[in-house]
Design a protein. Structure first.
Ligand code: ADP
Ligand SMILES: N[C@@H](CCOP(=O)(O)O)C(=O)O
Length: 303
């Protein structure tokens, strides 16, 4: 088998009330160059991956082994070079991109015994929720569930003109730490609020109802609990729409914050506002405008 490249995108999960069930992909990529050979080598490259293990403990390699376990076939030896543009532990799904890329690479090495749905199921079970891995695999916006019966999903093409602005602070927040602050139980009122807003948000995204996003993205399931971990988040959720955002949410478990914008307009005032909130809170970071990635994970021949 010749060498090949797997490219998996970053993702922004939850989008407010779609906790563990709704996400979209953005064009920042984790790339694996896989060269079948005599022995296994894991080679993390570039500054973002400094400190990640260069051996079989690497998260990408552990993801590859999941396919061997699922199929009962041993993983053929290969050199796996890993590069990523996704900032780690910022709420942009770096672990999901690494997981999906590893699973897709191993599946390819084994002659593709798993179809796309099975790849998603392996990834979602490992991650524990499907809202990052589904858009990382399929691109676009994905609504997904994971339960005892498996993983189910609907992929949506992004509405025309819908763009994303992300504020990526210069500090890490691990997903496990940001999950640990969530309550174990929710009131009936908060549950109904979340269900109705997540359903409205999915329908609004499906029909391109950009006018509904600001309202539909209201959430009391996770953002209120995580706000103390992300200085400035509450201000942005309350006020970003006054500066041109169509809606705002904590991206995944944070600390990145996502705003939607209309690509036909300018985001200059939104950028100035977001940078100002960061400065007011003594933080540094960057603001990026990104389209929504529609390709998901791609496999191509290596040069
Ligand atoms: N390309 C990669 N190679 C190896 N490990 C990775 C890679 N991307 C992410 N990881 C692992 O995932 C961790 C971040 O995962 P997580 O806390 O879920 O944050 P997020 O997925 O939001 O970036 C990193 O600290 C690292 O251990
Ligand atoms: N639904 C999860 C999403 C975590 O996303 P990540 O990009 O922070 O890994 C959660 O909110 O915990």
């Amino acid at each position: 088998m010749s060498a090949f490249v797997v490219r998996a995108p970053a993702s922004s999960a939850n989008l407010g009330p779609g906790f563990d069930s709704l996400g979209l992909s953005v064009p920042l990529y984790t790339t694996l160059t896989v060269t079948p050979g005599e022995r296994t080598e894991v080679v993390p490259l570039g500054p973002e991956l400094e400190g990640t293990p260069a051996n079989e403990d690497n998260y990408v390699y552990r993801a590859m082994l999941l396919v061997a376990q699922r199929t009962g076939q041993p993983l053929p030896p290969a050199r796996v070079e890993i590069h990523t543009e996704v900032p780690l532990a910022r709420g942009l799904g770096s672990s999901a991109a690494a997981l999906v890329a590893g699973i897709v690479a191993a599946n390819r090495l084994l002659g593709s015994p798993l179809d796309d749905h099975a790849v998603l199921d392996v990834a979602a079970r490992e991650e524990g929720h499907p809202d990052n891995v589904a858009p990382a695999l399929f691109g676009g916006i994905v609504v997904a569930t994971l339960d005892k019966l498996g993983t189910h999903y609907v992929r949506l093409d992004p509405p025309e003109h819908l763009g994303v602005t992300v504020l990526v602070p210069d500090f890490e927040l691990s997903t496990s730490k940001a999950r640990a602050v969530l309550p174990r139980e929710y009131s009936r009122a908060d549950t109904i609020h979340a269900l109705s807003h997540a359903a409205l948000l999915a329908a609004a995204l499906a029909q391109g109802r950009l006018d509904l996003l600001q309202h539909a993205m209201q959430d009391y399931i996770h953002q209120v609990w995580r706000a103390p971990l992300v200085p400035g988040l509450s201000d942005i959720l309350d006020d970003a729409h006054k500066h041109g955002a169509l809606g705002a949410a904590l991206s995944g478990a944070g600390p990145t914050v996502l705003c939607f914008h209309d690509q036909r307009g300018t985001t200059a005032s939104l950028h100035a506002y977001l940078l100002g909130v960061m400065k007011k809170n003594g933080l540094t970071g960057r603001v990026l405008d990104l389209p929504i990635d529609t390709q998901g994970t791609l496999v191509t021949p290596a040069d």
